[in-house]
Design a binder for this molecule. Sequence first.
Ligand SMILES: [Zn+2]
Length: 420
Amino acid sequence: MYRCSMERMTDKIKTFSHFGDAGHGGITRYSLSPEAILARNEFRRRMEKIGATIEIDDLANVYATLPGTEPGAKRIVMASHCDSVKNGGNYDGILGVMSAMEVLETVVEQQIPHKHPLTAMIWTNEEGSLYPPAMMCSGIVCYDAMPESIRKGFQYENMMASRSVLNASETFGQALESSGWKGERRYRLSPERYECYFETHIEQGPILEDHLNEIGVVDCVLGMFNDRLKFYGQTVHAGTFPMPKRRDAFHAAAQALCYLHEEIDSLHIPDLVYTTGEVVCHPDVHTCVPDYFDFSIDVRHESAQALERVLEVVEGCQNRQWAGCRCEVVRAWNRDTVYWDKELVGYVREACEELGVTHQSIHSGAGHDAQFAAYMLPTTMIFVQSKDGLSHCEPEYSSPEHCTDGASVMLNAVLKADKR
Ligand SMILES: [Zn+2]
């Protein structure tokens, strides 16, 4: 059993938290921004210092590789992202990069023998906070291996044309060109050069903490669907039009949302989660009865049958009247549950047991680059406990002990994969 260094891990956490420091404990580090470039430079500096070879592909994904002893052996890659959401924390994404760096640093320091080359990798633009969509570059790299339904959202030309949410005249393609980090396509992650994929990430939920476990042995990313419910009414003046004659689209949507919660909850599906997080109201004026309202519903569960039962309720909304308004349900997108490689999941569990780290099986409710990588390579993930389950916010926190144990688990799991 090998253990990573908490001192070195703590130093990395501290150092990377400066890049994009928003002044109140967290960071804003959009992909390819000056702050993200600082993080990339730090990654390159530390990896070159231990003798790793740096490669950069045409999407600015960065790969730092230590050679193995067996000629021609494919690489084992450990990856995550260094970009954040606006006012995000110091762990989402970057913990996976720091863990990968820590593994390589430990391998060099302790002269740990390994046959396969070992690669630490940074994915570009995972969050998609400035240039949507999320997981953009893993979507492009894994494009050929992905199912058609997912792939159509990641066409290269469309991704290059993605406009900055802050400045519509700027595209991702332009940001890539001017970043100084655009490399060569031949360096992209591929099944020809890579053996398998590991990603360490914060849990972003409260389950590990609630169960007093440090590490999550992740088995899958949950299947989900995301629909829009649209309500059509009639705009009239707020002061002049009698209540009984109104067709208020906002009122209709409110009724439907309460109905959905009652009906979906009455299905009693354990572990189901669903969320309405986005609304559009038209004309969105306080003296006007809204003639249009729509809201999102995001539903996640491991079982396709469970999702099907919820979908029936959601689509059923179209057949009812809501405050005199018509309802239409439109699919935004969906994905099936993606299972990790069973052998790799087993290595992660064994590593936890051998290190004496408290752990449990867990699903990933959030999307990660790993889910696209899984279409191309045997893949698995390791979760590190999140304090209070918080993420995508400044108080996001995982202790140095837990972060270091996460890296140690990945190191030992990688070494098991190296031996097979
Ligand atoms: Zn992330």
